[in-house]
Design a protein around this ligand. Structure first.
Ligand code: SAM
Ligand code: SF4
Length: 332
């Protein structure tokens, strides 16, 4: 089969595939889902391990996918995760394979994931305080996350990155403290602006902490200088802290969008291609796959799905509508 590219009308080519392995989660981060959780996808609509691996294989072999990031929901709650990673590694020795996780249970799995061929983990942690963690995630599991982070580093799943979201009145005064905590442990911290992707539709522009506010708060304690490396399609604006070698990233998804450089495509746990986090429509690969489509047919559907990618997320447009699915169901 002739190799194809996942290219959109604006010339952007997707090479970074985010694969959601489940929409379920064992935390309830307030900016992501309500305390009672969500109506989870029915089991039979979720792609099986074989189906996930087949679609990743099509992406890697025929569509120019170079990076695969497993996410969710919480990917560690997917029973087959280690095996899916191992089979993905078999598909492509050169693929960059990572997992975005809340790290609950990672202390038990880090070694197995490394042995299976995982390169790196990104761990979501919004605070270095157990009580704040409990309030934000509605679960008293801070120490499990810390153990997961330590295990990931010991297993060589590095550089270990930590993703944090700041919430007004909750942890927005803790940015320097979290950075100091991460620097001490050798974790690369990146703050992400809160986006309108929560299931409860609780986001507001006034409520969100902007990249400028994050920077100002960090600058009260640290000397930050823009890092030399070009930003490229990596969304984080990177700063060297106190002359280095430590760094901190700020991902200004809302106030300084990087849609023009986007190289991502998403596959949801139920087999839908999404060409953007904020897309208002999806393309069904699962139906075609289960109806017996060939690899070539699936690849062609995927290519068509990318053509419709919008120029930008449009959060600032008066006509902006939050996508029907929340972040946890799309795959963050
Ligand atoms: N459960 C895993 C985790 O938390 O890392 C993976 C899925 S989670 C949806 C992926 C990332 O999305 C996390 O870093 C989380 O902080 C972030 N996230 C969730 N809701 C968000 C929102 N409304 N705005 C910005 N980031 C959000
Ligand atoms: Fe779960 Fe991740 Fe959402 Fe938190 S951000 S509730 S860990 S899916």
């Amino acid at each position: 089969m002739t190799p194809l590219l996942l290219e959109d009308r604006y010339g952007r080519v997707a090479t970074d595939l985010r694969v959601s392995l489940t929409d379920r989660c064992n935390l309830r981060c307030s900016y992501c889902m309500p305390p009672e959780g969500l109506d989870w996808l029915p089991d039979d609509s979720v792609l099986t391990d074989d189906e996930v691996v087949r679609l990743i294989g099509i992406g890697a072999a025929h569509l120019g996918i170079q990076e695969v990031r497993f996410t969710g929901g919480e990917p560690l709650v997917r029973r087959g995760l280690v095996d899916i990673v191992r089979r993905t590694r078999e598909l492509g020795p050169d693929l960059d394979i990572s997992v975005t996780t809340n790290a609950l249970g990672l202390s038990r799995n880090a070694e197995a994931l490394k042995a299976a061929g995982l390169d790196r983990v990104n761990v979501s942690l919004d605070t270095a305080r157990a009580d704040t963690f409990h309030r934000i995630t509605r679960r008293d599991r801070f120490h499990d996350v810390v153990a997961g982070l330590e295990a990931a580093q010991r297993a060589g799943l590095g550089p270990v990155k930590v993703n944090a979201v700041l919430l007004r009145g909750e942890n927005d005064d803790q940015a320097p403290e979290l950075l100091a905590w991460c620097l001490e442990r050798g974790y690369e911290l990146r703050f992400i602006e809160q986006m309108p992707l929560d299931a409860q539709h609780g986001w507001s522009r006034e409520g969100m902490i902007t990249a400028d506010e994050i920077f100002a708060s960090l600058a009260t304690v640290f000397d930050l200088t823009p890092a030399e490396e070009p930003r490229g399609s990596a969304p984080a604006e990177l700063f060297t802290v106190d002359g280095g070698p430590g760094t901190v990233g700020v991902i200004a998804s809302v106030t300084r969008p990087f849609c023009g450089d986007c190289d991502r495509v998403r596959l949801t746990a139920d087999g839908q291609v999404r060409n953007c986090l904020f897309a208002r429509s999806e393309s069904d690969l699962r139906g075609a796959l289960r109806a017996g489509a060939s690899d070539e047919e699936l690849a062609e559907r995927w290519v068509v799905a990318m053509r419709g990618k919008a120029a930008g997320h449009g959060i600032d447009d008066p006509s902006f509508l939050q996508p029907d699915r929340p972040m946890s169901a799309i795959g963050g």
